[in-house]
Write a protein that binds this ligand. Structure first.
Ligand SMILES: Cc1cc2nc3c(=O)[nH]c(=O)nc-3n(C[C@H](O)[C@H](O)[C@H](O)COP(=O)(O)OP(=O)(O)OC[C@H]3O[C@@H](n4cnc5c(N)ncnc54)[C@H](O)[C@@H]3O)c2cc1C
Ligand code: SF4
Ligand code: SF4
Length: 286
């Protein structure tokens, strides 16, 4: 049994980009079920967009399926069912469900619970050397959380491969907030706006509604990043040091402070645009 939704009928009649997908259920008259509410919606839309003759032609094609009248009995039965099951009123339902991960491949020693791979906050499973992250382990169900989980797990994997057994939590660096960013080094740049289709352009189509960013806008948006707390090798510290105590080791791609010449003025740390440098008191007794 196939119920073809109004928007699918309209796509089919309009010969839109997805029309082919609906051809089979529309032509399979044996299995086709047409609720009267869909006849109403399709007739009205075709009548508004074309003319009465086209709308009548569309409806006569739809009536080749089994038309289900929304009579008093059916309406009451539907209302009863919807009250009992606490269903909202809808003329179509789009099935969009996530699936559970098949964990049968997991090696012995990797524990799972309630269909999720058991991990600690750093993605470490119960088997040393085995890590997991994302929906299959956290079950959180959002892209942002899957990315965060992947990042934490990657940090733990990196640490494991370096043979460092300590808890990765020790790696957590101070979070650099906006008040620590030296804004004098950045030009104000407005957030790139995105474009969305108007209501009239949306209805009756499967066109993407929120258009997102173009490649060039996405690039300029990424360039607004302050890189808070992360050195991007801008050389500011090297240039501002009055004692030429900062040098860049090209091969190792890192900066070196010459403590024999550094007088501890702190200019480098203050000037660093993204607070990637910190001035700390030297501890003589260590
Ligand atoms: C219909 C739907 C709509 C959603 N909408 C949103 C939304 O609007 N916003 C949002 O933030 N999140 C949304 N989500 C959730 C989001 O998609 C997930 O949280 C996210 O994709 C999880 O990322 P992941 O990398 O953990 O897993 P997945 O994206 O599922 O990636 C797992 C990958 O592993 C592969 N794989 C599986 N088993 C094996 C194996 N044995 N060997 C090798 N590869 C394997 C799979 O093929 C898949 O490519 C939606 C999910 C669904 C189902
Ligand atoms: S420490 Fe700061 S100032 Fe120095 S190179 Fe890195 S980002 Fe630039
Ligand atoms: S503290 Fe002062 S002297 Fe030392 S490296 Fe930074 S800028 Fe140079």
């Amino acid at each position: 049994m196939n119920v073809v939704d109004s928007s699918a009928w309209l796509e089919y009649f309009a010969g839109g980009p997805n029309a082919e997908e609906f051809e089979a259920p529309v032509k399979d008259h044996e299995s086709l079920v047409v609720p009267t509410i869909i006849l109403f919606e399709v007739f009205k839309r075709v009548r508004l967009q074309r003319d009465t003759e086209s709308a009548l032609r569309a409806v006569s094609q739809m009536k080749r399926g089994q038309v289900v009248d929304l009579g008093a009995d059916l309406a009451v039965a539907a209302a009863e069912l919807s009250a009992e099951a606490r269903l909202p009123l809808a003329d179509s339902v789009i099935l969009a469900v996530g699936e559970r991960a098949d964990l049968s491949f997991l090696p012995e020693g990797v524990r799972s619970e309630n269909g999720l791979i058991s991990i600690d906050p750093w993605g470490r499973t119960t088997l040393p050397g085995f890590f997991a992250g994302g929906d299959a382990a956290t079950g959180q169900g959002y892209v942002s959380q899957a990315i965060a989980s992947g990042k934490k797990t990657a940090l733990a994997i990196d640490r494991y491969l370096q043979g460092r057994a300590e808890n990765p939590e020790e790696d957590q660096r101070e979070i650099v907030r906006l008040d620590k960013i030296n804004l004098d080094y950045f030009h104000p740049q407005k957030r790139a706006g995105t474009f969305s289709l108007g209501v009239n352009q949306r209805s009756g189509k499967f066109t993407e509604v929120h258009k997102g960013l173009s490649p060039s806008r996405a690039k300029s948006e990424a360039e607004r990043c302050f890189s808070c707390g992360n050195c991007i090798q801008c050389n500011v510290c090297l240039m501002v040091c009055p004692d030429v105590a900062v040098s860049f080791l090209a091969e190792e791609k890192k900066y070196l402070i010459d403590y024999d010449h550094c007088k501890g003025c702190g200019i480098c740390a203050v000037e660093c645009p993204r607070s990637a440098m910190k001035l700390e008191e030297e501890k003589w007794n260590e």
